[in-house]
Design a protein around this ligand. Structure first.
Ligand SMILES: *Cc1c(COP(=O)(O)O)cnc(C)c1O
Length: 360
């Protein structure tokens, strides 16, 4: 990962790929025009492809990547979709269902029997693990086995775990999507998405969607994401060690009703996460008394930044239900924490001070 996507070694050649700003290329090659390809995207795709061990395509955002995969199914296709997950994805699925583009069937992804029952006639099974923001863990091997038996393709959003924390292809997943905006880029300055697959027909179909619809990334964004990817292992190691420590301390705090983190032995996703993941990720959620307490915590921290998004070097937090689009399955008092790379004691001191000041 530290070296993939670099130009060939040659005297005075640059170590890193240059940012190729070109809308058009001299005629005679396989690309020709900037909507069909770009050497800077390809460098990012080569590096990410090495990490997930699949063929990668970069997109303008995570949502653009998700849309491109969905556009490969016929009009009216039955799509079995996780009940829990990123609100933007679920909003899109509901919109596509309402307009007749797909036939949406929602299912609790942690209930393998319910997933099995939802599969007959479906074209895709769409899951996310761990889920945003409830941190539910899906048994990928179990749901993909059920999907295979029905001839259904499985798509997994691997944004939360990253390719270092979880390798969906090893568990039978056919297509992986990422919001590279988050951990892969890692510095809260890029919007980017990616689709990965080992199936050449799927790759070609998704590439066609990108080329036709023009949901292409900028060269600068791809370059920044590649630069971020070089330190992914360091950031993930640090952040997930801190996340586990913070989860352990938070569950002892009297203002905290529940900590959701698959790394805690009592968490309902722990057993599957131990089998399926390397580490437990850098996101956790805490449930406080209600919306007022959650808003007060978000407003009171000094080091933790009150903002949406996740996966950056800086630790961030937000009450998810402040968004009208968030699922009503998410408690009003739930605060999602994205742990960054600061010193864990500084993070704890700031959180503990803010929690201690909450009116009881
Ligand atoms: C943020 C996010 C997305 C959407 O990605 P964008 O880059 O914001 O378009 C998709 N899935 C998950 C799990 C996310 O957290």
């Amino acid at each position: 990962m530290v070296t993939a996507g670099r130009p060939p070694r040659e005297p005075d050649g640059p170590l890193n790929p240059p940012i190729v700003l070109a809308s058009t290329f001299h005629a005679g090659g396989p690309v020709g025009y900037g909507r069909y390809g770009n050497p800077t995207w390809e460098a990012f795709e080569a590096a990410l492809g090495r990490l997930e061990e699949g063929r990668a395509l970069a997109f303008a955002s995570g949502m653009a990547a998700i849309t491109a995969v969905l556009e490969t199914v016929p009009i009216g296709a039955l799509v079995a979709v996780t009940l829990h997950g990123y609100s933007g994805t679920l909003e899109l699925f509901h919109h596509l269902d309402e307009t007749g583009r797909i036939d949406l069937r929602q299912v609790d992804p942690t209930d393998v029997e319910a997933v099995r029952a939802a599969l007959p006639g479906a074209q895709l099974l769409w899951v996310e693990s761990p889920t945003n923001p409830l941190l539910e863990v899906v048994d990928l091997a179990a749901v993909t086995a059920a999907a295979r038996a029905e001839g259904v393709r499985t798509v997994c959003d691997n944004t939360f775990a990253t390719p270092l924390g979880q390798r969906p292809f090893d568990h039978g997943v056919d297509v992986v999507v990422h919001s590279a905006t988050k951990h892969l880029s890692g510095h809260s300055d890029v919007l980017l998405g990616a689709v990965l697959t080992r199936d050449d027909a799927v790759f070609d179909a998704v590439l066609l969607q990108r080329s036709r619809r023009g949901s292409v990334p900028g060269a600068f964004e791809a370059w920044l994401a590649l630069r971020g990817l070089r330190t992914l292992h360091l950031r993930v190691d640090r952040a997930q060690r801190s996340a586990l420590e913070l989860a352990r301390r938070l569950r002892e705090h009297p203002a905290v009703r529940r900590v959701r983190y698959p790394g805690l032995p009592e968490d309902r996703g722990h057993a599957v996460a131990r089998r399926q993941m390397r580490g437990f990720g850098s996101l956790l959620s805490v449930e406080l008394a209600g919306a007022a307490a959650a808003d007060a915590l978000s407003a009171a921290t000094q080091l933790w930044v009150h903002t949406t998004s996740l996966g950056g070097v800086e630790s961030t937090l937000e009450r998810r239900r402040r968004w009208a689009s968030e699922s009503t399955q998410v408690p009003e008092g739930l605060v999602r924490l994205s742990v960054g790379c600061e010193a864990v004691e500084d993070l704890w001191d700031d959180l503990a001070a803010a929690l201690d000041r909450l009116p009881s």
